[in-house]
Each structure stands twice: as structure tokens, then as C-alpha cells.
Design a protein around this ligand. Sequence first.
Ligand SMILES: [Zn+2]
Length: 280
Amino acid sequence: MTTAVLLILPLLALTTPGGLLPGVTQDTIRRAGSQELETAPNDGPNQVRTVVLDAGHGGKDPGTHGRYVKEKTVNLALILQLGRKIKNKHPNVRVIYTRSSDHFVDLIERGAIANRNRADLFISIHCNASPSSNQVYGTETYTLGLHRTQRNLDVARRENAVILQEKNYQQTYKGFDPNSPLATIMLANYQHAFMGSSINFAEKIERSFRHNADRKSNGVKQAGFIVLWKATMPSVLIESGYLTNPAEEDYLRSDEGQDEISTAIYKAFLQYKQEIEAGE
Ligand SMILES: [Zn+2]
């Protein structure tokens, strides 16, 4: 047994809900969280009544950038358009934004907002970057899990690095080092109870990007994203395209491109909602 394995095992033990505290399950956590908000609707298990929409980055954290545009600006435009589309078609669905303007929100707080509001779905929107080539393009949708490639790990590390800009991050994340592969592996088993639903929704999003927005889909992937870590509902993180690819940047900052991307996500949302509510 190598030193690395010896280090990983105690970390993995921490990641199973039962391992954290005996008898505590995701359901217990969800019920406990549900008591925090008295005005939450009395939603059944097979309903999509509340969706939390998370525009990545914001304020002092611009995310990645292209030649003209910052990631935080594109993310916000896409998330607000998606929210409007959901509200227009489904007035009974509660749409909650983690941010609706250009300000900074801690990563851990984004999932906490979803838990406090007993959300049925958490959607985080980001844009990707390829440091080595401006030719790489296409969409990717992530769920929380163990990365299979170095590139997927790199995406999570880049998106997690923002915690270094948060106040008290040492206390909040208990010494979590976003640059450490081991720390990212530690996150992999969270969201276990929602893995199937999260992957199902992620597949619908990538299919919709291909069919409804004519995008190149790079598929559904897993990696250790802090923003998905504590969310106790199906959760996805969408990389809507590469700002480091000039053509894709032009598309993502155009009105037409933003409308197509947000419409494609909306159509996947609609399909997922109908499927859940039909009890399939
Ligand atoms: Zn991002």
C-alpha cells in the first residue's frame, strides 16, 4: 500500500454521509435543512418546484476571460435568461438566483442557498478555458464525482481556486487546498444519493446542446467541484463553451448565442421536469 493510498483512505471515509456522523444520511440533512425556511412550498418528492440558478464567479472574481469578455459577465447573462424562460413557462416554479448582479458569493454559500430553500435542482453555469490551445471548443456538463482525466481535474481545480479569495477560507473549508489533487478526490463521494438524477439531467443538457443549439458536445463528466459539494439535491455544473476559442467567445457573447444556449438548457430542464413528475 503506497503512502498516497494511506492518505486517501481516511479522506474517503469522511466523504460517505454515514462516515461523517453515524446515522446521518442525505435525507436527514435535507429534512434538517428544510426546517430553516418556513415559507417553502410543500413539495412532494417527485416535483420540480424550486430551482436554484448559480451564475459562476462575480464581483472581485472575474473567472476566466476571452479577448473581449469576462466569464462572470457571460455566466450572469445566461443564468438570467434561463431564469426568465423558466418563470415565463412555469409560473409555479420558484426560481432563486445565488446572484442576480455582479457581486461575489462564497462557493459554500451557493449550495447553502439551495439547501435553505429546499431546492429540487441546482444549476451552475460557467465558461471554460484551455490554457494550452485556442482551438479547443465545445460544451461539457459536470456532476460531482471522481475525475477520470487530468483535464477534468484541471477544470475543477480552476473553478475551485476562487476560495483562496474568500474571507476565512481556512476555517470554512477546514484547510481544503484547491490545488491538491487529494483534496479534490475527497469531494468525489458527496452527492452520492443524487448521482443518478444529476447524470440524467446532465445528459439531457448535453443532448440539447447538440440538437437544439448545434454545439459540439464534449459530454458528461465528473470532477470534484466545491460548489456542488454540500448541495443536497440533483446538481450540475455547465461549462457552456471555451472563452479561449475566439469563435466560441464571439458566439457566447452574442445575443443569438446566449439565447440558443439558455434555450437549450431550458429544454433539458423541461424534459427532466416532465420525466420526474411523470414518475419515470
Ligand atoms: Zn468558472
